[in-house]
Design a binder for this molecule. Structure first.
Ligand SMILES: [Fe+2]
Length: 250
């Protein structure tokens, strides 16, 4: 399986009623830019080239990481290193013509000392509440009623109007071993989001889903800003059995 439609098991309607509070929370939050160092094939309408690039060795420099330093000279590096997270991205947008495909709001995020652990987002022990948490009390109450044993990272992805959400895969390893899950939420079906199996597009049309992030995925262009929510963690064995999702004891 690549995509699990969770709508038969999760009632997303109450979340829709929280839209006002979620928008208020996003407006009040500190947001992080998601700047990508890549050729912008999606904007040119060439999805196949975008997929080829994502599967190439060069893809590793496309991650939002300090691999960026590989392409800077000493003078540029000195400036780059002196900047904060969002400042780095603003600099790269202008100076290296990178692009920002959106912003994200961290509600719960990886603790700094665990950044190198590629599974840290799936555990409460390696994640922590952020400054933004206080703006989402009603949303968190709803999230805590979801069938999770353990909750790690919680993110809201804001895709700006007329911008693609970068096509990418999250990982290439054996992550789908029953210990790591997430629920992806798309209230109102606002975000047009797809997985790609090879060059074949598989749109995710449900309001809640789990999917295999080893397949390239990303969102389309919209004529308005839209958000989606992702909650990492481990789902209950019972829920996984019901929804046919792999589950293994941690
Ligand atoms: Fe992803």
């Amino acid at each position: 399986m690549k995509i699990w439609n969770l709508d038969p098991y999760i009632d997303v309607d109450p979340l829709e009623n929280l839209h006002l509070k979620i928008c208020q929370g996003i407006a009040l939050s500190n947001r992080d830019l998601a700047t990508r160092v890549i050729p912008h094939y999606e904007m040119q309408g060439n999805i196949n080239l975008a997929i080829d690039f994502k599967n190439s060795d060069a893809n590793r420099i496309s991650a939002v990481a300090d691999h960026t330093e590989d392409i800077l000279n000493d003078e540029e590096k000195e400036i780059y290193r002196s900047l904060g997270y969002n400042q780095k991205r603003a600099f790269l947008e202008l100076y290296k013509n990178d692009y920002t495909d959106g912003e994200y709001v961290r509600i719960r995020f990886t603790k700094k000392e665990n950044l190198a652990d590629t599974f840290s987002t799936f555990y409460s022990s390696t994640t922590e509440w952020t400054e933004n948490t206080k703006y989402f009390s009603e949303l968190l109450e709803w999230i805590y009623a979801l069938p999770f044993i353990d909750i790690g990272r919680i993110l809201i992805f804001v895709t700006k109007h007329y911008m693609h959400g970068d096509l990418h895969y999250d990982r290439r390893d054996e992550w789908l071993n029953g210990k790591h899950h997430f629920i992806w939420l798309n209230p109102f079906n606002q975000k047009k989001f797809s997985l790609y199996d090879g060059y074949t597009e598989i749109p995710i049309t449900s309001k809640s889903a789990f999917f295999d992030t080893r397949y390239i995925h990303g969102s389309k262009i919209h004529n308005k800003s839209v958000y989606s929510i992702r909650i990492d963690g481990q789902l209950t064995e019972q829920f996984c059995k019901q929804a046919n999702i792999p589950w293994t004891s941690r």
